[in-house]
Design a protein around this ligand. Structure first.
Ligand SMILES: *Cc1c(COP(=O)(O)O)cnc(C)c1O
Length: 361
């Protein structure tokens, strides 16, 4: 049996380090916003190459607090790729803003820069780019459009820890960038966790305040804030994982190489280009008979996933919000995409087995 993901196996190599972090955590007795949060924030900022990082409770909150920091007027339009995970859209809606869907590029699955300008109106103030599956968006094409129209850029980097475009990492390209450390992400905690990176001191100050009741000085509240702090224990575990993130990425890239070399040309493989350093949070292939292919693999004891089976504009929760928007490219992707096993615990041999089963389809 080849599982799609197994968190116990994924984290097994780090157990000793987790245990020693946990012991230290128990000894200090400091449970909220302590040294582990502070240290992780500075280590993750320096990993990404940003000046600041603010730890928050999860990826959705990272997106919400990023948008709140920009202080946009209610009803402001925010451009967002139509094939993203629902959390990206929810963040916009929760902030009282209007999500405007932009078609993805059918090759990269990221927002199509040439589809952006036709969606800009006088009410548009931001683009929420999503580095989907662990590949950066085409930022050289997007940045000039944002500049020309005076739009903020927020990155949803929840799937792109360590991914880069022209040598510059995710988290560095927008005014603010939201990360998730949900357990299955490339940098995953042992529970919920997230962060916002930026290089603007004022934004950073607002974020630190918003995540902690809108307060900088205890019992004095300057803003209508939230309780969305990065948990101290998760920060301690994340420091351990961050130390291994490059090996995790290297391993996933090696597994991806086995797919690229081995899979026959019937499958549409992820786009590759030397300017992009992809981290393969997800290895997506497309095939017209996706459901049959999935069934075929399951019969051979190989588990796969679909990211995502239902596009945001077709979700029940988005009735009256997105259901008037037309998204043929994302419907095509949602109908044909299949995610193959590519976890840190998978071996090269596992992936060869998947390749053989795929090629027998
Ligand atoms: C996982 C994910 C999120 C949300 O992160 P949580 O930590 O689960 O809240 C947001 N956007 C994308 C693209 C994601 O993959």
């Amino acid at each position: 049996m080849i599982e799609y993901e197994n968190l116990a196996k994924l984290n097994q190599p780090f157990l000793e380090e987790f245990n020693s972090s946990f012991q230290k955590f128990l000894e200090t007795g400091w449970y909220i916003l302590g040294n582990s949060v502070r240290s992780f924030e500075s280590e993750f900022a320096s990993y990404c190459g940003t000046t600041y990082c603010a730890g928050v409770a999860n990826g959705l909150d990272a997106l919400i607090l990023s948008l709140k920091t920009l202080n946009l007027e209610p009803g402001t339009e925010v451009l967002v790729p139509s094939n993203t995970y629902i959390a990206t859209i929810l963040a916009i809606v929760h902030c009282g803003l209007k999500p405007v869907l932009v078609a993805p590029d059918i090759k990269t699955y990221n927002i199509n820069p040439s589809a952006i300008e036709s969606k800009i109106t006088p009410k548009t103030k931001a683009i929420l780019v999503v580095h989907l599956y662990g590949k950066l968006c085409d930022m050289d094409a997007i940045l000039p459009i944002a500049k020309k129209h005076g739009l903020f850029i927020v990155e949803d980097a929840a799937q792109a820890h360590g991914a880069a475009y022209k040598g510059k990492l995710a988290g560095n390209w927008g005014d603010l960038a939201a990360f998730s450390f949900y357990p299955t992400k490339n940098l995953g905690a042992l529970g919920d966790a997230g962060a916002v990176t930026c290089s603007n001191a004022q934004y950073h100050e607002v974020l630190l305040s918003l995540r902690n009741y809108g307060s900088a000085v205890k019992y004095y509240n300057d803003r209508v804030g939230y309780n969305s702090r990065l948990d101290e224990l998760q920060a301690a575990f994340l420091r351990v994982k961050l130390g291994h993130l490059n090996s995790i990425t290297d391993h996933k890239r090696k597994l991806a190489e086995v797919y690229f070399k081995g899979l026959k040309s019937d499958f549409i493989l992820p786009d590759r280009h030397p300017d992009f350093y992809d981290v393969f949070h997800i290895f997506s292939v497309r095939h017209e008979k996706r459901d049959q292919l999935r069934e075929h693999l399951l019969k051979r004891d190989i588990k796969t996933e679909i990211h995502y089976p239902c596009p945001p504009h077709k979700q029940m929760a988005m009735k009256g919000i997105l259901d008037q928007q037309v998204c043929p490219v994302s419907e095509e992707i949602h109908a044909t995409t299949l995610s193959l096993p590519i976890s840190y615990f998978h071996t090269i041999e596992d992936i060869h087995q998947v390749v053989d089963a795929m090629n027998a389809f």
